[in-house]
Design a protein. Structure first.
Length: 103
């Protein structure tokens, strides 16, 4: 399911693969994920290796990028409301409810 969403976002926004930092942030926004520079660099390291944008295009792994985006989609806030962290709805939300009240 996530693979189809990523493919659609890449085609709709005419993103170039393998991604650079700006392209990765655009992809995250297209998937309604708040993407800080740290998350973008983590994604580039995960799917392109230590060299990130300077690595060879052959080192890019689309499956690893989809896996990373799927993993991060459960942890980061939505792009349309970055103040709401998705982790609040889980077990951490009950423990920290006095600090992060939910509506």
């Amino acid at each position: 399911m996530m693979t189809m969403q990523v493919d659609k976002a890449i085609k709709d926004h005419k993103l170039v693969m393998p991604p650079n930092k700006e392209c990765f942030q655009t992809l995250c926004k297209a998937l309604n994920m708040h993407c800080s520079e740290t998350v973008a660099y983590e994604g580039l390291i995960y799917c392109r290796g230590k060299q990130m944008e300077n690595s060879a295009p052959e080192e890019f792994d689309m499956e690893r990028m989809v896996f990373f985006l799927n993993l991060k989609s459960k942890m980061v806030a939505p792009a349309d409301n970055p103040r709401i962290a998705l982790m609040q709805r889980g077990s951490l939300g009950m423990r920290n409810q006095q600090f992060y009240p939910t509506q």
